[in-house]
Design a protein around this ligand. Sequence first.
Ligand code: NAI
Ligand code: SF4
Length: 441
Amino acid sequence: MSKKLLLKDAHIEGIRYFDVYRKQGGYNAVEKALKMTPEEILEEVKTSGLRGRGGAGFPTGMKWSFLAKPEGVPRHLVVNADESEPGTFKDRYLMEYIPHLLIEGMIISSFCLGSNASYIYIRGEYSWIPDILEQAIEEAKQAGFLGKNILGTGFDLEIYVQRGAGAYICGEETALLESLEGRRGNPRLKPPFPAVKGLWERPTVVNNVESIAAVVPIINITGAEYAKIGVGRSTGTKLISACGNINKPGVYEIDMTITVEEFIYSDEYCGGIPNGKRLKACIPGGSSVPIVPANLLLRTINGEPRYMNYESLADGGFATGTMMGSGGFIVLDEDQSIVEHTMTLARFYAHESCGQCTPCREGTPWMYKILKKIHSGQGTMEDIDLLWDIQRKIEGNTICPLGDAAAWPVAAAIRHFRDEFEWYVKNPELSQKQNYGLANY
Ligand code: NAI
Ligand code: SF4
């Protein structure tokens, strides 16, 4: 049974509301934290080993310690709730069912970082959630946990909710800041990092929803206790949104010691694959991370079980492993076509490219065009090589990671499933009638 820190009260009726949340011990962490110094809170977060839950896994305490503190310049905390990575919906769950956990985490984090105005930037498609967050903010304010002189400590904090307008790129932290400032969401060059020059050129910490929510249990149980959960540098718990060909899609909280096999097949989590079908592949961390075939997903190249944590999933690098990413776990059964799947993702990235850099602007629609050609049975062997070549030229040559995110799925698909691409070339008539999965498994 996995330990639960974030979702432990998610099943309680009315937990969305302040009174019920408070009765379960909600806001105790704020009371405790406001008696500590910002330095002591930072130390707890560092000790916890918490890593950014948005996808990059950057150590949260280290990011906070990079925050510049020039005299007389305001600092900000911005929560990235622009959860748009295909297959990822864990932040939505958290905000919809336990909004006070995020607000409580934001109060503690803002106090630690010295932010008196903090922001939640939420994707436009989550249209019903801003009202839930705004109600939670109002309730917290009425109870004295937000606004002026919180709990008589002299600390002031306002939290603002800003809706995005449906662009995936606004989840990239600097594009998000541009959008928050009222401009088109074009990513900025880094460095400078937001910690030095962020919102309105002020020092800013941008953190994912789940990362900030995790600060609450860290303060409640201490960073040292949090660090004891999990394994190695994968401390604490992680929310995983599971979808695709599984019996029980949903959001699960895991403690990162379980194996991938257990996660897919046990009734506590995904409950196996419907209709007794075989596992073909999986994207374990949202669409931007490389797809992994079943044999490498369940075992490492050394034959060891693969675990649901940062290190084990990345074991072997991109050639064999993948990444924990955002925790968007997409399972594909034997009937699925990798070419079709890759084509769908390529269309997504081509549509979402902001167009600033040539390799991404020109390369992403080009990859989609070639994949469409191959999928429709009109491709050639040279097209497969060209596709490989294009993704190589995009990777590492763009301003923001969207370019890499578009290149990696194509690279991994060709690397692991080249025979499938070739089947589409060799069987033009068949490929138009049935997909590779249905024809070959
Ligand atoms: P990154 O590795 O560039 O940065 C991670 C964080 O650390 C950033 O906040 C950055 O400002 C900070 N940082 C790194 N070095 C720093 C330094 N020297 N000084 C100060 N701060 C520093 O990764 P990025 O671009 O933030 O995220 C990419 C990841 O996002 C991908 O791996 C992907 O999995 C994930 N992603 C998640 C989505 C979602 O919906 N959750 C959507 C799209 C991508
Ligand atoms: Fe825009 Fe793509 Fe360049 Fe990112 S990589 S800045 S999305 S063109």
